[in-house]
Write a protein that binds this ligand. Structure first.
Ligand code: NDP
Length: 503
């Protein structure tokens, strides 16, 4: 049976535990909805603590099973490469499943899935390059070295906005290192992760290396973050949930990697081609309906060109083509969840109540073809101020607040006046100024004359309440391995047993 056939209308999807599709112990299922119509699409197992425990036990057993533990690094790398090939083979199907689940544009999801095999290949190549070091110590008859080992069972909790892309950034290195994994996808977008699990099995990974438990965050997710068998938690989502998860994990002294929200500053100076900058700001906040953690949702424009810029931005926002995400001409699809639509509406109303003015959008489209879906017009709120509620909280929708600034000092003060520190963008031809901004802004990623340009080789991850830990590049291999120090005495001498050997 092909992936597409398995993901048919009305399908009932089970957990993937120890290499088998496993029904939930409770017998309960939850519904997932199509955001273009608001109608149910499929059902996924509504997992609970018992299902999570079964998955963690499977992952623990796989971790010490010689089939995985004694597999050579090169053989692990080959398996990850095989997975890359299978993802490439089924990329279009996976993209369509994700589009159907979260309403993002088909061509956006195709771009994400198109890049995913390269991510697996990149980390597959690292499987046999993670090495320890020999440490020179002042004892000539001793060999002191380090080993890099898998951390253990990694618990991964993924969100609904880009499920597989966000999963891949940590799953690929975790597999290359030799960890085992339990994934809890968002209850709203379980299908693509379950489809990927099938490919993992087809690739030939031993049973239990990757397990997927679907269900609600507050039950299955919570159980995973409290489970004592977990070695590290990876979480992408809201800051509030991240804080709760970190607290749970701390109960077991388990470290976390947190990719949380953002309220990223996007800056336009007067020395740039304004239409190009408008295009960049549109890419930053209207692409993917603004449902990205890196959305450039606070836009600062140099006062001299402020009026001109907001006119052009509003004009472009009004011309954004809203429609079905599968349509090639569509630029903005629906929001992924009904709750998200309500949140966006609420924050726009806060903005207006606080004194910002709507220059474009601000409501649901009235078009007959769109009224049943969870659509919202791309919205430009001008004359915004940093202290307004919609400028402080992550909205996760197609809403940008724009405000003028006078000079660089004011800009840096405004840009950093946020709890978040995920990303920042700047448009200027002046490299000195761009570098001053890059050095002074509190953001894990800074884009100069571009925005939303990601690469699996780059270490990404936020500061402040945007989280901690890096994904991407070699850095992530260190995040998911543990460092062991080994000391060998080859002197043959017997030492005084009552004195520590410090020198
Ligand atoms: P959450 O942060 O609550 O959810 C993200 C993931 O965490 C989902 O898999 C969710 O599962 C799971 N989860 C929720 N509660 C718990 C818990 N107590 N223990 C363990 N896992 C849990 O985000 P929401 O989906 O509620 O969205 C709310 C807001 O969060 C958005 O408006 C946006 O601002 C932000 N967000 C940011 C993302 C980012 O990429 N930075 C991604 C998603 C959201 P389930 O979905 O099943 O509840």
């Amino acid at each position: 049976m092909t992936l597409t056939e398995r993901m048919i209308e009305g399908a009932r999807l089970n957990h993937f535990i120890n290499g088998k599709r496993t029904a939930p112990r409770s017998g309960q299922y939850l519904q997932s909805f199509d955001p273009t119509t608001g109608q149910p699409w499929y059902e996924a197992a509504d997992g609970d603590a018992a299902d999570v425990d079964a998955a963690v036990q499977a992952a623990q057993a796989a971790l010490v099973d010689p089939a995985w533990r004694r597999m050579t690094q090169s053989a692990r790398g080959k398996l990850v490469r095989r997975l890359a090939e299978l993802v490439a083979r089924d990329a279009d199907t996976l993209a369509r499943i994700e589009m159907r689940d979260n309403g993002k544009l088909l061509r956006e999801m195709q771009a994400q899935l198109g890049a995913m095999p390269d991510t697996y290949h990149y980390f597959a190549g690292m499987a046999d390059k993670l090495q320890g070091e020999t440490i020179p110590v002042n004892k000539l008859d001793m060999l002191n070295f380090t080993l890099r080992e898998p951390l253990g069972v990694i618990g991964m909790i993924t969100p609904w906005n880009s499920p597989l892309m966000l999963l891949t950034g940590t799953l690929a290195p975790c597999l290359a290192i030799g960890n085992t994994v339990v994934i809890k996808p968002s209850e709203h977008t379980s299908a693509s992760t379950l489809a990927l699990a099938e490919l993992i099995q087809e690739a030939g990974f031993p049973d239990g290396v990757v397990n997927v438990v679907t269900g609600h965050g507050k039950t299955a997710g919570e159980a995973l973050t409290r489970h004592p068998g977990i070695a590290k938690i990876v979480f992408t989502g809201s800051t509030a949930t991240g804080r709760r998860i970190a607290t749970n994990a701390a109960g077991n002294l388990v470290p976390c990697q947190m990719e949380l929200g953002g309220k990223s500053p996007h800056v336009v100076f007067d020395d740039v081609d304004l239409d190009r900058a408008v295009n960049g700001v549109v890419a930053g906040v209207f692409a993917a309906g603004g449902q990205t953690c890196i959305a450039g949702s606070r836009c600062f424009v140099e006062a001299r060109v402020y009026r001109d810029f907001i006119e052009r931005l509003a004009d472009r926002a009004k011309r954004v083509r809203i429609g079905h995400p599968a349509d090639e001409a569509t630029e903005l699809g629906p929001l992924a969840l009904a709750a998200q639509l309500e949140k966006v509406e609420t924050y726009v109303s806060y903005g207006v109540a606080d004194g910002a003015k709507i220059a474009a959008g601000g409501r649901r489209p009235q078009d007959e073809a769109l009224v049943r879906g969870w659509y919202f017009e791309p919205t430009v709120l001008v004359d915004a101020k940093n202290e307004m509620r919609f400028m402080r909280d992550e909205i996760f929708g197609p809403v940008v607040g724009v405000m003028p600034f006078r000079d660089e000092d004011e800009l840096i003060r405004l840009a950093n006046d946020t709890h978040y520190g995920l990303a920042a963008g700047i448009w200027t031809q002046n490299i000195d100024r761009a570098m001053r901004f890059a050095r002074n802004v509190d953001a894990g990623t800074v884009w100069i004359n571009t925005y939303r340009s990601a690469a699996y080789m780059s270490p990404s991850g936020g500061f402040k309440e945007s989280g901690y830990g890096k994904r991407g590049g070699f850095e992530v291999m260190r995040e998911f391995s543990r460092l062991k120090n080994v000391v060998i005495d080859h002197s043959g001498a017997t030492q005084d047993p009552f004195v520590i050997r410090l020198r």
